[in-house]
Design a protein around this ligand. Structure first.
Ligand code: UD1
Ligand code: UDP
Length: 372
């Protein structure tokens, strides 16, 4: 019996590991799947809600590290994860995305000579002021299995000299989760609760330090939302980093009455919200991809994206952080100038199955699923 130990820590990790957990089940006779939650995110609405919404089993290990500076958080995860890895001796550590938990656990595993698999490898924003870009580069340089979501990832890894046999173009596991849960989202009550008519509102999410940590950045965004709110109802589930900043910078009470601020919402409710939105305004990584799959217009308040296929093929509009330009683009979209998108290759709901088959073939030998 071989063991795959997957790491989750922050909100976008849960919907990436859940389909992999499901896809590994047919191989359970040969491959045991365990989950370690670092505790990077810990509020019920940033963590626990996703276990029930996604049918993710309770973690086998919980590190409880919580928040801190980058060094504190990364170091705490490393210290605690090393204890787990030493005692558990998994045959592979699987990490997803680009958060501090991803890089911390990759470093620990690599130094213990435990192979590392990285899901969402090869994405690059080319912007090292983004902490996630450092996490991506370091994780990819340590990984033995690099699972790629889009062509740019293949190009970037090839340019960086990664051995081709380590690289696997599998598609997008976050889209697996989305496809698996869309039907369930039809029974969400959130539109009714918020008195929303499909196609008549804007959903906003913001949490990038560059947008929410400074007074100038956040004030500009609040002004943009207030102007948008004179055209459409705005629904804004507020990330805890952003809430803290709004409170500390005295901007919490500056929203117009047509803006509904909420606590972060669970996965199923969030899918229902974005599926029926007229427009999504965001700086999230994953939501750029989800909107592309759903064909919903997305305006991304960032100067760059590590997911360029969402712009070249999908419905994403990358507008930078000039709020006047962002408003102009939003108003054009709301006026009917919508981008026609296509779903990128291999975003077909089967990416986790591809990953599971590769891991099984490589770790347990014959590549065929055995019924458990
Ligand atoms: C992290 C990731 C980011 C990802 C985002 C997803 C890193 C470097 N950043 O950013 O890539 O896009 O998660 O949501 O890994 N907080 C709470 N409750 C929580 C979690 C956080 O109140 O459950 C507050 C704390 O004040 C904390 C702050 O949010 O200091 C930031 O949390 P942290 O995990 O450091 O970074 P995020 O901004 O959430
Ligand atoms: N999401 C959610 N509730 C929310 C906001 C986001 O369930 O209130 C989901 C969203 O559908 C996506 C993931 O969280 O699957 C994205 O997480 P986030 O934007 O925090 O992280 P990023 O992708 O930017 O790293």
């Amino acid at each position: 019996m071989k063991t795959v130990l997957s790491v989750v820590g922050a909100r976008p990790n849960f919907m990436k590991i859940a389909p992999i957990d499901r896809a590994l089940r047919p191989y359970a006779r040969d491959l045991q799947h365990q989950i370690c939650h670092t505790g990077q995110h810990y509020d019920e609405k940033m963590s626990k809600v996703f276990f029930s919404d996604l049918g993710l089993p309770a973690p086998d290990f919980h590190l409880g590290v919580g928040s801190g500076s980058h060094a504190e958080q990364t170091a705490r995860i490393m210290v605690e994860f090393e204890k787990v890895a030493l005692a558990d001796r998994p045959d592979l550590v699987l990490v997803v995305g680009d958060v501090n938990s991803t890089v911390a656990c990759s470093l620990v595993a690599a130094k213990l000579q435990i192979p590392v698999g990285h899901v969402e490898a090869g994405l690059r924003s080319w912007d090292r002021t983004m902490p996630e870009e450092i996490n991506r580069i370091v994780t990819d340089s340590l990984a033995d299995y690099l699972f790629v979501t889009e062509q740019s990832g293949l190009d970037n890894l090839s340019r960086e000299g990664v051995a081709p046999e380590k690289v696997h173009f599998v598609g997008n596991v976050m889209i697996d989760s989305l496809a698996q849960h869309l039907e369930k989202a039809q029974s969400s009550e959130i539109l009714k609760t918020l008195n929303l008519t499909p196609g008549t509102y804007v959903v906003v999410t913001l949490h990038r330090p560059s947008n929410v940590d400074s007074f100038e950045g956040l004030q500009g965004t609040v002004n943009l939302l207030n102007t948008l709110a004179s055209h459409r109802r705005v629904i804004f589930p507020v990330h805890p980093r952003t809430l803290k900043s709004l409170e500390q910078l005295g901007l919490r009470s500056k929203f117009s009455s047509n803006i509904t601020t909420l606590e972060p919402v669970g996965y199923i409710d969030f899918l229902a919200l974005i599926e029926h939105a007229d427009l999504i305004l965001t700086d999230s990584g994953g939501i750029q991809e989800e909107s592309t799959y759903l064909g919903v217009q997305c305006v991304t308040l960032r100067p760059n994206t590590e997911r360029p296929i969402t712009v070249s093929m999908g419905t994403n509009h990358l507008v930078g952080v000039n709020m006047e330009h962002a408003l102009e683009v939003c108003l054009k979209i709301l006026g009917g100038e919508k981008k026609q998108g296509t779903v990128p290759p291999l975003w077909d709901g089967k990416s986790a199955e591809r990953i599971a088959a590769i891991l099984h073939a490589s770790l347990a030998g014959n590549g065929k699923a055995s019924s458990s």
